[in-house]
Design a protein around this ligand. Structure first.
Ligand code: NAD
Ligand code: ZN
Ligand code: ZN
Length: 355
């Protein structure tokens, strides 16, 4: 067998190349090497391209088969089909032991593939801290369902769970990219009342309605905050979610949340952005200010048991994510996949990459 593989490698700011690089090998006894079955392109990959870090393989969303296991990886065998959490966790540090693995402060924790270590848009990928970072996939779930538990469905659930959302809460979601759409699905799965989605792209609004949104708003057709107020009897929503990383959307999310409600931010605002303005006058009824609201940000909740619970929810709750998956590219065409992901005229939402 050859000891090199095809990988989509970042070559500095906004540059990608398909290259042959060495196949990863076990470095630590808690590592596994996955033979990639499905990788995906995330909005965060596009942000990573802003950084001048050369020669790192892209990608942090993956389903693969175990090809090699370290000595301390118990309960798995070669050939097992698994999904990986996109934030790695050591399982031993103070953050992990307190149930916050996404905030891991241990060695090699909170590291993302495709940022500081080689990612999964390749034939093989190394997964450190595997016992805390992977989970076997039940036969009834497809790769396309399971991969979402590793990043965007976990994040979409997490943004509501951290508030925490109550049964029947009214939710507004600013941006209906794959992450916003997974947040729509999460709101439904958690028992939301009215779910309102905001996005300029008609395909994304239509997809949100298929995935459980009751009302969708085109921000190009007038102030979405005024429309959200109209949908909530002038009261505002219980939870407003920022899911793209635009300062004006965060402002609109503040202005749409009722007094006592929550603003929960998921979007990555870009590495050049240092500060975000928060509006003091929200435009909602008395008192007309931002006081007495919760403001949270969320990183993707991760870890073996997080994956297990989300896979169980997908399996027994029969969650349908099929409207998300618009395109699939063979690994050798990953760069075309990125071009399609970034060009909304190509009518693509979530893009799979298959070696
Ligand atoms: N917090 C986390 O752990 C986490 C996890 C995954 C992704 N993200 C971030 O979430 C963001 C979205 O990711 P994605 O994969 O859905 O990307 P995406 O680029 O496909 O989605 C962005 C969406 O924003 C919409 N949009 C653009 N302008 C808008 C506006 N003015 N109002 C409303 N919507 C608007 C676009 O039409 C598109 O649907 C990215 O910033 C990504 O980095 C964060
Ligand atoms: Zn991601
Ligand atoms: Zn840790």
């Amino acid at each position: 067998m050859s000891d090199t593989m095809l990988a989509c490698v970042r070559k500095g700011v906004d540059q990608l190349a398909m290259e042959q690089i060495p196949i990863p090998t076990i470095q630590e006894p808690t590592d596994v090497i996955l033979k990639v079955r499905l990788a995906a392109i995330c909005g965060t990959d596009v942000h990573f391209l802003e950084l001048p870090i050369p020669d790192i393989t892209m990608g942090h969303e993956v389903v693969g088969e175990i090809d090699e296991l370290g000595d301390k990886v118990e309960g798995y065998q070669k050939g097992d089909r698994v999904v990986m959490s996109c934030m790695l966790a050591c399982g031993k540090c103070a953050a992990c032991l307190q149930g916050e693995p996404s905030a891991c402060i241990g060695p090699g924790g909170k590291v993302q593939h495709g940022l500081l270590m080689h990612g999964c848009q390749a034939e093989y990928v190394r997964v450190p801290h595997a016992p805390n970072s992977i989970c076997k996939i039940p036969d009834s779930l497809t790769d396309e369902q399971a991969i979402l538990a590793g990043d965007i469905f976990s994040t979409g659930m997490g943004v509501l769970e951290r508030v925490p959302m109550r049964t029947g809460d009214t939710i507004a979601i600013f941006a209906l990219g794959p992450l916003g759409l997974c947040t729509v699905k999460a709101a439904r799965a958690l028992g939301a009342g009215k779910v309102i989605g905001v996005d300029p792209d008609p395909l994304r609004r239509e997809t949100a309605e298929k995935m459980g949104a009751n009302v969708t708003i085109d921000p190009g057709e007038g102030d979405p905050v005024a429309k959200i107020m109209g949908e909530t009897d002038g009261f505002g929503v219980d939870i407003s979610v920022e899911a793209v990383g635009l300062a004006e959307n965060l402002q609109a999310a503040f202005k749409s949340a009722r007094i006592g409600g929550a603003i929960s931010s998921l979007g990555v605002y870009g590495f050049a952005t240092q500060e975000l303005p928060i509006p003091l006058q929200t435009g909602t009824p008395v008192p007309d200010a931002f006081y007495h609201r919760k403001f949270l940000t969320t990183l993707c909740p991760s870890g073996h048991f997080r994956l297990k619970r989300l896979l169980d929810l997908m399996e027994y709750g029969k969650l349908d994510f099929s409207p998300l998956w618009t395109n699939s590219f063979p690994l050798e065409k990953t760069i075309e996949g990125y071009e399609t992901f970034r060009d909304h005229s190509k009518k693509a939402i979530k893009i799979g990459i298959k070696p």
